[in-house]
Design a protein around this ligand. Structure first.
Ligand code: SF4
Length: 325
């Protein structure tokens, strides 16, 4: 049984937009995915693709309009009381800015101990030792527990954010752009820490990022999201080696390579420049949602929604021409 099963999840917001009155913003529009224990899955796409809303919805932080989320076999949307508390221990989030979840007037050790107190997982007399052990597990000195957030660098603060997330011994971490605010050399250190922790603790990651190089470095599989939908899904090597969807190809043509220091462009690729930004999720686009920007579009693309095509085992692409290579 997968650790996480997501079935046709939709998150729509009703907003007021000028003369159009109330319109529906389809932030997530029919996403299905699975995540196994110990697996690392990347969720990529441009800003506005719905990645963060999806991550929040999976943790119950944003209500679903439709669909189902199962965690360890239980329907999470139907949970309450002790069941919901247990789920919230098992599934934690790591944010881009760990300062947002740290009280600047509280020593970091107290901030970690607070989590242990809320969840009641560690007896009071054992909490100080557990806080030290958590700090050490993320490569920090246990004695830093008495320091305040402003005394740490960005990378150290992200380590503290990870330590807080680990405090309740989760099985799943949803990491939302966890290294995008850090310098390149620090990014690699944090990514290596996350890989080590995954091996040691058997964690599953849903790794949300706009930077494909980061996802390539960490993830077993990659899901590409566009306007609230998954438009391509494949094992990481396959996706980077044989991308099928024109949107993925455009993203990859600009990807830097972690192995070359997160700075170098992929060799042998011609950059495909996409016109314009991701349209607003309120836009009514017939056929394929990507057709106004797609360099490969044909008349049929504006008329009929493309099917989900399995181009190879475990590799799907939502495009009328997915089989054409
Ligand atoms: Fe491009 Fe058409 Fe494929 Fe959509 S269906 S990605 S518009 S070629």
């Amino acid at each position: 049984m997968p650790l996480l099963e997501v079935e046709d999840v939709r998150v729509h917001f009703r907003i007021r937009e000028g003369l159009r009155g109330r319109v529906v913003l389809r932030a997530v529009d029919g996403v299905s995915l699975t995540l196994e224990r110990g697996e690392s899955v990347g969720l990529v796409g441009e800003s506005g693709s719905g990645k963060t809303t999806l991550g929040s919805a999976l943790l119950g932080l944003v209500p679903l309009d439709a669909g189902r989320v199962r965690f360890d076999g239980s329907d999470v949307s139907a949970l309450s009381g002790a069941g919901l508390r247990r789920f919230r221990e098992q599934a934690q989030m790591i944010f881009q800015d760990p300062m947002g979840s740290l009280n600047p007037r509280m020593p970091v050790g107290a901030a970690i101990a607070e989590i242990l107190t809320v969840h009641g997982t560690v007896p009071r007399r054992a909490r100080a030792a557990r806080v030290r052990a958590l700090l050490e597990s993320v490569g920090l000195d246990g004695g830093y527990a008495d320091r305040y957030p402003h005394e740490f660098s960005g990378g150290q603060r992200q380590r503290i954010g990870i330590a807080r997330a680990l405090a309740v011994e989760p099985a799943l971490l949803i990491a939302d752009e966890p290294v995008s605010a850090l310098d390149v050399s620090v990014q690699v250190q944090i990514l290596n820490l996350m890989k080590d922790l995954q091996k040691e603790l058997g964690l599953a990651y849903l790794f949300i990022a706009h930077d494909l190089a980061v996802v390539r470095y960490v993830c077993d599989r990659v899901l590409v999201m566009y306007l609230g939908r998954i438009i391509e899904s494949a094992a990481t090597d396959r996706l980077f080696g044989r991308p099928s969807h024109p949107y993925t190809r455009a993203l990859l043509s600009a990807v830097p390579d972690v192995a070359k220091g997160l700075r170098a462009r992929r060799e042998g690729t011609t950059r495909i420049v996409l016109e314009g930004d991701v349209p607003a999720p309120t836009a009514e686009i017939g056929g394929c949602a990507f057709h106004p920007r797609c360099p490969r579009a044909e008349p049929v693309c504006a008329q009929a929604p493309p099917p989900v095509v399995e181009v190879a085992p475990g590799h799907t692409s939502v495009c009328h021409f997915a089989r054409d290579g």
